[in-house]
Design a protein around this ligand. Structure first.
Ligand code: SF4
Length: 455
């Protein structure tokens, strides 16, 4: 992909709060009324004669210290016994849920997220891996990714991840600038990142993603450019450069941070996109960049990219079954989320009770809008005839109001369209959330919800 020029005036114009669309409808719509009694029939019908592939997610919530910018659901502890106990309960959850599932379904994707999966000891990683392989058959080729904190991972743990079958790692780095690191309460010398990369590659884990964040206090364009230059030397396959989401009403520790003024944040964004796209990375959309030959870039070209709670994924057409506190499962018809409080999660399992806490059952309109938003965010285009065929509707009439509301975006060249459909332009890629928002029926009545800003 050639260097992507960023038009800051347009970005400013469209910088409004909006969802990230890892689901549609978004998680704030999940309700406690959708309880386990309502979810079980959804799981049964999803497994009745389905040999649809599975995507498995395990939430491992522990971290040794809190990074003040963090938006994840985590548990801060230095006690190594915590993860041992957690695994015991995770096994109970697996034993409760898997009998509802079709045992022939094969996993094509596995993801350990958190928190910090690298909080686990090497022995615990191997034990959990054994249980997972015992409960689920895996396809001959599958993608297994793990989020790794260079401050807690060791060579022994990396070997354990590799032996469980992990073939991708995501290294949490955020920023190399020592001042920024002090301010966000995450001091991580670069040597730790380099040794993590070395351990991964020497143990056969070849696919590497690096997580960075822009918009943090004290970041400067020159400082962040230095970070990018150093990380580029590591030659990761993918970058996720997240926009710092300042939501202190949800994440109390963020109140200690003063986010960058929007103008400085925009400069960082512009520099980042222009630098990475001129260094051989394709801007996939929503903070993600990947090398031309990476599966993510190829999946976008082949229209098999999918967007879900883990971000972008190459496994379109699989259902996500998620385990652990706060994790979210997803089929075509329903979402369900586990209890977010660790003590509650344990006590529910002590009573042999399901740990699902909230859920959502999609209406026919939700399914149509979900497909539309996901195809738009992944393919960066909508072909009306193809969407009509996929969704069993007359797409242009169904979305007549939404399509006519795109006029401004067409004038601003975020999209270009003809009678058959529209394509998102390079500039439009940066504002894909805003385009997707046009198809979100809930935003019309949702004004009171607080989302992070789109840029
Ligand atoms: S950023 Fe990662 S390591 Fe830091 S607190 Fe959040 S989950 Fe834990």
């Amino acid at each position: 992909m050639p260097k992507l020029e960023v038009n800051l005036d347009l970005i400013r114009k469209y910088d409004v709060p909006g969802p990230r669309y890892t689901s549609y409808p978004t998680a704030p719509h999940f309700s406690e009324e959708i309880n386990w009694d309502k979810i079980v029939p959804m799981i049964r019908s999803n497994n009745s004669d389905s040999d649809k592939p599975l995507s498995l997610y395990f939430h491992l919530p522990f971290c040794r210290s809190l990074c003040w910018f963090c938006g994840c659901t985590n548990v801060i502890t230095q006690d190594p016994e915590s993860s041992k106990l957690y695994l015991k309960y995770l096994r109970k959850e697996l034993d409760l849920v898997t009998p509802l599932m079709n045992p022939k379904r094969k996993a094509v994707q596995l993801h350990f997220g958190g928190g910090s999966p690298s909080f686990l000891s090497a022995e615990e990683i191997l034990t959990l891996g054994d249980w997972i392989h015992h409960h689920f058959p895996f396809a001959d080729t599958y993608e297994a990714g793990v989020e790794v904190d260079p401050r807690t991972v060791t060579e022994e743990k990396m070997k354990a991840f590799a032996s469980v079958g992990f073939n991708r790692i995501s290294i949490g780095i955020q920023d190399l600038d020592p001042d920024v690191q002090q301010t966000i309460h995450r001091v991580q010398p670069h040597e730790m990142n380099l040794r993590t990369l070395d351990w991964a590659r020497s143990n056969g884990i070849q696919s590497v993603n690096v997580d960075l964040i822009y918009g943090l206090p004290h970041q400067t364009t020159a400082g962040f450019e230095h970070t990018l230059d150093e990380i580029l030397k590591m030659q990761p396959d993918r970058f996720a450069v997240f926009n710092y989401a300042h939501v202190p009403w949800l994440k109390k520790a963020q109140a200690a941070l003063t986010p960058l003024p929007p103008e400085r944040k925009m400069d960082l964004l512009k520099m980042t996109i222009e630098k990475l796209t001129s260094s051989g990375y394709t801007y996939i959309g929503m903070d993600h960049f990947a090398l031309e030959n990476d599966e993510l870039t190829q999946a976008q070209k082949n229209k098999t990219l999918q967007r879900n709670f883990q971000g972008y994924s190459t496994h379109a057409g699989s259902d996500i079954y998620a385990f652990g506190m706060s994790s979210i499962s997803q089929t075509d018809s329903a979402y369900w989320q586990n209890e977010k409080d660790l003590k509650q999660y344990y006590s529910l399992l002590d009573a042999n009770h399901p740990v699902q806490r909230k859920g959502y059952i999609l209406s026919e309109d939700d399914k149509i809008r979900h497909q539309t938003i996901m195809r738009l965010m992944c393919d960066l285009e909508l072909d009306y005839a193809e969407m009509s065929r996929k969704l069993g509707i007359d797409f242009a009439s169904y979305f007549a109001e939404e399509l006519s509301s795109l006029q401004d975006m067409e004038t601003d060249q975020l999209i270009c369209r003809d009678k058959n459909g529209f394509k998102v332009t390079d500039t439009g890629r940066l504002l894909i959330r805003n385009i997707a928002m046009k198809f979100d029926v809930y935003l019309k009545t949702d004004k009171q919800r607080k989302y992070s800003r789109t840029v």
